[in-house]
Design a protein around this ligand. Structure first.
Ligand SMILES: Cc1ncc(COP(=O)(O)O)c(C=O)c1O
Length: 384
């Protein structure tokens, strides 16, 4: 199928997909096999061993490449395994410039795993892209961007950072987990690598842990495929199937996430007991104009701080929520509430965390696709 010419809402369903060769199954079967019969040594049908390739994973990888407007997709056992593969492109002595407000697990991987192999990470506020240039030197090999950032919803100008990266021959990778390709397609904005925790919106149903990379360039794809196979952090066929199924409804889920996100952001902002609300759709959000130009809408992720910025008040709110579940993760159909300081961002030292606004009273919401009135009623009873 010539899915390349299709629009996004069709690519989610058809992009890179073909009826299965064996019986024409419309949904790729879950090829639950580790190995494949060979007629003669090397005489196989494209698959030898499932760490190297598996047909269900291939179907997912083709779908990922299609929805991100890339040429090559790679699926991993988790988002962090995907990030791990990107950093393994580097060598001791290389330097990385990363946004300073990012998922705590990414920070932990950079600081606590890769720094000891001689890779240096600079954590920099990137809301002003010009600031990044100060950190670029001959050893800089990669710029790592998350936008919107987790959990402060800062917006980074991908086009400007891509421009800088090209000028200095540095790779640009964008963690597109929060936005998803429904809202923003970083490869089209000049990024070299798009990364996803497909655990989140791509899977969409809180039932799987998977990671993804998408690139346009063949040489870069070959290096990453080599690392994927050599390090072996792949996802299984069942997990590949679940993400593939999730992607088929990504566009309609995201539309509702955005509608509900807007309603809840506005509700929280007008609430007398709430002090700060972080959501890129507000006109006075710093870099709102960039969000407006690089994103189609503003998503369903919102962070907020109750008046007084009291840790106990924040905990009382998350404990009282009934429809929002207090849980790690985000991006599923059901609404979740999180307390970044003790949950998703606990691995970042307090002083580091607070510098970027992740205070102890910050609450993060992943607004699901339930009825917005029920969600608002739940917040109303919890905030009081
Ligand atoms: C923005 C972001 N990037 C990466 C990850 C890591 O993904 P995973 O949990 O699938 O390893 C997460 C997980 O929460 C995330 O929120």
């Amino acid at each position: 199928m010539g899915a390349k010419g299709l629009r996004f809402n069709s690519k989610t369903i058809h992009g890179g997909q073909h009826p299965d060769k064996a019986y024409g199954a419309v949904m790729p079967p879950i090829y639950q096999t580790s190995t494949y019969a060979q007629a003669t040594p090397g005489g196989h049908q494209g698959y030898e061993y499932s760490r190297s390739a598996n047909p269900t994973r291939t179907a997912l990888e083709n779908s990922l490449a299609s929805i991100e407007n890339g040429n090559y997709g790679l699926a991993f056992g988790s988002g962090l395994a995907a990030i791990d593969a990107v950093i393994k492109l580097l060598s001791p002595g290389d330097e990385v410039i990363s946004t300073n407000d990012l998922y705590g697990g990414s920070y932990r991987l950079f600081k606590m795993v890769f720094e000891k192999f001689g890779i240096t990470f600079h954590f920099v506020g990137m809301q002003n892209a010009d600031k990044i240039a100060d950190y670029i030197n001959g050893k800089t090999k990669l710029i790592w961007v998350e936008t919107p950032t987790n959990p402060m919803m800062n917006i980074i100008d991908i086009v400007s950072v891509a421009h800088l990266a090209k000028k200095h021959s540095v790779l640009l990778a964008v963690d597109n987990t929060f936005a998803t390709p429904y809202l923003q397609q970083p490869l089209d904005l000049g990024a070299d690598i798009v990364m996803h925790s497909a655990t989140k919106y791509l899977g969409g149903h809180s039932d799987v842990v998977v990671g993804a990379l998408v690139v346009k360039d063949k040489a870069l794809a070959d290096q990453l495929y080599f690392i994927q196979n050599a390090s072996g952090a792949v996802c299984g066929p069942m997990d590949s199937f679940l993400v593939l199924r999730g992607i088929k409804t990504l566009h309609i889920r995201m539309q509702r996430h955005c509608e509900n996100g807007r309603a809840i952001a506005q509700y929280l902002r007008s609430h007398p007991k709430i002090d700060k609300v972080y959501w890129p759709g507000f006109e006075d959000h710093p870099n709102h104009h960039i969000a407006k130009s690089q994103m189609k809408d503003f998503g369903g992720m919102i962070s907020f701080v109750p008046k007084g910025a009291n840790y106990e008040d924040a905990v009382a709110i998350v404990e009282k929520l009934k429809l929002f579940t207090l849980a790690e993760s985000l991006g599923g159909v059901e609404s979740l509430a999180g307390h970044p300081a003790s949950m998703t961002h606990a691995s970042i030292p307090k002083e580091e965390r607070e510098k970027s606004g992740v205070v102890d009273a910050l609450i993060r919401l992943s607004v699901g696709i339930e009825d917005e009135n029920d969600l608002i009623a739940d917040l109303e009873q919890a905030i009081g």
